[in-house]
Design a binder for this molecule. Structure first.
Ligand code: AHG
Ligand code: MN
Ligand code: MN
Length: 329
């Protein structure tokens, strides 16, 4: 008799059982994020139909104003997490300040950061987008902001959802990376990519090359070298959604770079919502992540929306970048 596929819910419960002291708070939070992901996935899949399905007015059938998908996703994440009562603090890329939480969360033992919809410039053109999240244990005092401004290495969980040709939920709790694919016929994420490991080197480099003239010499020389690599033929891939570019490189190997340049002097990506969760995942998969000077997960955040240069992927390509950075700056 063949066994039934491993659902995300069962997987989480089995993980929880490995921690005899666990009381289920963490699993509940993760379940709720997966639930929000399904709702967002449904909406993303309908996005192209909006103009056909009579959204000429700005109201939907419930009389509610139609929202942009990124704001919708933001609300779904909050609507999923707040009722748990387990989240003392939340921060979203879509909101300037901390997300206000209801009183029942005040004793919550976790803090959650998220980019509700990553790659938003791709929404209108039917290209893969995603959701990124990170979960921290509450810091040891009553300062909620402190719980959110912890170093990436303090994450207890990080993950992303990719809304692509299928919807996938990929996450780690610091014990390997696992990927689950949504089976729409049963409405469940099913384990499809157990124990993901990034190849030690790859053939893909992902960088927005239109910034070339604004790059530092180190990045320019690095990309030149990669293009004429003596041992390997590299190829360039740039989707413009971090989740999608990262996901491809995680499975196939290679490097993703959004370095600083003369216009974006600190890079473009956000430390809390993008760089830290992806760095935690890539390290768990055997890869590396850096801002060029230090490991991303060692950076002490000082504000919710700070940006960072981000270079992450297979070990070989990231280490090579560090050599070029060292040599040329
Ligand atoms: P977001 O849609 O959450 O604002 O993030 C967009 C980010 C990231 O997903 C992507 O890698 C990068 O912006 C693309 O930047 P360029 O448009 O400069 O290539
Ligand atoms: Mn983003
Ligand atoms: Mn976003």
């Amino acid at each position: 008799m063949s066994t039934s596929p491993m659902s995300l819910s069962r997987f989480m419960l089995e993980e929880e059982r490995k921690h005899p002291k666990a009381v289920g708070d963490f699993t509940l939070i993760l379940e709720q994020i997966a639930f929000a992901a399904k709702i967002i996935s449904r909406e993303v899949n309908k996005a192209g139909l909006v103009s056909i399905l009579g959204a000429a007015s700005t109201h939907n059938i419930h009389g509610e104003t139609q929202q942009k998908l990124d704001l919708f996703s933001n609300e779904e994440m909050i609507k999923a997490l707040d009722p748990t009562g387990k989240v003392c603090a939340m921060a979203s890329e879509e909101m300037d300040d901390m997300v206000p939480v209801s009183d029942k969360n005040l004793e919550g033992r976790y803090a959650v950061v998220f980019d509700p919809l990553d790659g938003s410039s791709n929404i209108d053109v039917n290209v893969s987008i995603g959701t990124i999240f990170g979960i921290y244990k509450r810091a040891n005092d009553n300062d909620c902001l402190k719980s959110l401004l912890q170093k990436g290495k303090e994450l207890v969980c990080a993950g992303y959802v990719i809304y692509g040709s299928s919807t996938m939920f990929v996450y780690t709790t610091g014990n390997g990376v696992n990927g689950f694919t949504l089976d729409p016929s049963v409405g469940e994420f099913l384990l499809s990519h157990p124990n993901i490991k990034i190849p030690e080197y790859g053939k893909i480099y992902s960088i927005n090359e239109s910034n070339y003239d604004r790059w530092t010499k180190g990045i320019q020389e690095y990309v030149k070298f990669i293009k004429n690599h003596p041992d390997r033929q590299y190829t360039a891939r740039w989707i413009g959604s971090l989740v999608a570019d990262f996901h491809r490189n995680l499975l196939k190997g290679g490097v993703f770079l959004y370095p600083e340049d003369t216009k974006n002097t600190k890079g473009k990506l956000r430390l809390l919502y993008e760089a830290n969760p992806m760095s935690f995942i890539v390290e768990q998969a055997g890869g590396m992540s850096t801002n060029g000077r230090e490991r991303i997960l060692d950076i002490q955040p000082t504000s919710l929306h700070e940006k960072t240069p981000l270079i992450l992927g297979s070990k070989y390509e990231v280490e090579l970048y560090l050599q070029y950075r060292e040599k040329y700056g």
